[in-house]
Design a protein around this ligand. Structure first.
Ligand code: ATP
Length: 222
């Protein structure tokens, strides 16, 4: 059976989640308080309803507890976002993902039981900043306050060198999880694997170690 999603709030973030889920073949109920937004998504989402998600009876009548995953994408109105999330938790929704507007909002959402809190502007800011500092850093995923996963593009500095030549684990304390070369992906590469310029290395490590690695080996000029 297809998974059932509900997206509450159809701003740029919620709207793009809704579209992307539909494209992936999922069933999506789109909910927004604004009639204009619902008109816009009526032909995109599986179902679209005008509703105020802070109204408990409305959520119940929509059968919100039966959805596999509910995404709360109300950003600006923090009070509505918190109230909606609280009611979803109380109604026992299995997976609740909420967009946070700032750190305090995030803290409250975690406290009241949201299963996942996302902070797209902040996360994108961190990613873009890493990419601005070094063109070789393609993507950056924070795992915790201390650890991250980065995607690094191999430049001239590491071209033709094997993992053992570079000795990344001993020198930098980072682990290469995979190497992407065009369409192929080599998961857990062996030490004798040669790196070729243009390869993408997926590396996990502590932020300080990753920064040293980026500076020393993945900081090629254009
Ligand atoms: P984004 O940054 O994602 O573009 P936005 O700034 O366009 O968001 P927000 O004010 O964050 O918009 O709200 C997102 C959507 O949530 C809006 O379309 C708004 O109508 C809807 N919304 C706000 N409050 C409620 C509510 N109580 N019930 C349902 N929808 C709501």
């Amino acid at each position: 059976m297809k998974k059932q999603f509900a997206v509450i709030g159809l701003g740029r973030f919620g709207g793009s989640i809704c579209q992307s889920l539909v494209k992936q073949g999922m069933e999506v109920l789109a909910i927004d308080i604004s009639e204009d937004k619902i008109n816009k998504y009526a032909n995109i989402a599986t179902h679209a309803v005008i509703a105020d998600s802070t109204d408990e009876d409305t959520l119940k009548s929509l059968g919100i507890r039966n959805f596999d995953h509910v995404i709360v994408a109300i950003g600006d109105n923090i009070q509505s976002s918190i109230l909606t999330t609280l009611m979803l938790v109380e109604q026992g929704v299995r997976h609740i993902t909420v967009k946070a507007q700032n750190d305090y909002h995030e803290k409250v959402l975690n406290k009241i039981g949201a299963h996942k809190v996302v902070h797209p502007e902040r996360d994108m800011g961190v990613r873009i900043a890493h990419n601005i500092v070094s063109k070789n850093v393609l993507d950056y995923l924070e795992l915790s306050d201390e650890y991250s996963i980065v995607e690094l593009m191999a430049g001239e500095t590491v071209n033709g060198k094997s993992l053992i030549d570079l000795n990344i684990r001993a020198k930098f304390g980072c682990n290469i999880m995979a190497i992407k070369r065009k369409e192929e992906i080599n998961v857990s590469p062996t030490a004798d694997e040669l790196i070729i310029q243009g390869d993408i290395l997926i590396v996990i490590g502590a932020d300080n170690d990753l920064n040293r690695l980026e500076q020393d080996l993945f900081n090629d000029e254009d």
